[in-house]
Design a protein. Sequence first.
Length: 276
Amino acid sequence: MMNSFNTGLDSYLSKDQVRAMAPVVFATEPTNKGVSEKYLHVNTETVMDDLAKLGWLPVTASQRRTKPRKDGSPTIRSKHMVSFQNPDLMIKGKNGDDAFPRIIVTNSHDGLCSFQFRIGIYRLVCSNGLVVADEEFSAFSIKHKGYTFEELQTVVAQAVADLPNKVEVLNKMQVRMLTAEEQRQLAIDAMALRATNPNAEYTEASIEDVLAATRKEDEGDSLWLVFNRIQESIINGGYSAALRGSKVRKVKKIKSFERDLQVNQDLFKLATAYVN
């Protein structure tokens, strides 16, 4: 259920904090000198300012880790992400499992991609970031050829208007009970998303680790609870993966925001297949 609710959350980022996390957000010119003449440089700071006018404030920021070229010159690639939250929009959950919708903006100043917008759900109980993989919404983008505040306003309005539909999907996940075999299969499929080696094998102990609840609030057999347990394990790592002919290794936490977004989207698609 969507409620208008003021949480008093005080963890929004200042511009100085965003700059420390992702300085490329404030680039005053393209990082790629070879961009097309049609390219209009609009830095993400502009979008950040415009989203603030609509009530959305930054809560996380990150940029792609890059290394200088062999000749010492900087790379042209400058992809980055900033996520935004509106203190007056909240999803009330059962037993205090409340969450905030987030708008996740990815951009680059190299002419290689447009502004991309995704919807995320931030669970207060465990700080998990859930990216809702919706093909229609993920297609929303603003190209660097004529950015306007009005266009941004339209994109955000569409996202907010569609939030009840997203919440309905989450509600269906809460009432869909999974069998033990379904839980096991979802865990195996989720681990396969993380695997960098197609020959990775998982013991029953590893599968149980991924399915284990780290807090009482996540215990249960509903698709929503099982998904959140798996999602936390897959993103944070720590479970074991065995490669044929090699020793067992611990899967590491995902550190790349691009990989995090992709895995989250793929995980959500895996889970929602159980409610269709």
